[in-house]
Design a protein around this ligand. Sequence first.
Ligand SMILES: Cc1cc2nc3c(=O)[nH]c(=O)nc-3n(C[C@H](O)[C@H](O)[C@H](O)COP(=O)(O)O)c2cc1C
Length: 161
Amino acid sequence: MKAATIFHSYSGITKGVAQKVHEAVGGEIVEVKPVDSYSKLTAYTFGCRRAMKGECDKIKPESIDVSGSDVIVIGTPVWAFKATPVVNGAVSALFGCDGKNAVIFATCGGKEGETLPILKKALEKKGVNVAGEFVFNKKDVSDSSKIDELIAAVRSAGSSE
Ligand SMILES: Cc1cc2nc3c(=O)[nH]c(=O)nc-3n(C[C@H](O)[C@H](O)[C@H](O)COP(=O)(O)O)c2cc1C
């Protein structure tokens, strides 16, 4: 099984979860960054506004080829109850994803809102089947059993092809 773990992380929490998944399942890990980076002020102003509208940021890398992977993992921080514009950009930049399984996760302060349902719909539009969804609040990110559940879901989604 080959996994592609794709994430955005502003302050490192989502990155920590993504790295644990990657260490456990291998494959490739892609950290997606905005071309125009956010300051704390612009994240809470422009970033939240763009997240609320479901807009896509210009990202690095420009495109993400997952054709060689069996399962896609996407992790996002929650901004204004939604996925970040950086992760929206990553979904838009995905190619070779049609027909693949994905497991998605969000990290948040405790109010994830519509983050995962909207992210799931965007992936389904690209032909991706979302096989698992996980939300990690502040306490969950240090709960190894919850991270193990995420890892198990990735393994299962990657081997059911
Ligand atoms: C701009 C901004 C907006 C946020 N909006 C929310 C929110 O709507 N709900 C929530 O529970 N947490 C919110 N948070 C908290 C983050 O989702 C949370 O700390 C997350 O784990 C950060 O992940 P990261 O370290 O990978 O960036 C927000 C944080 C930032 C910086």
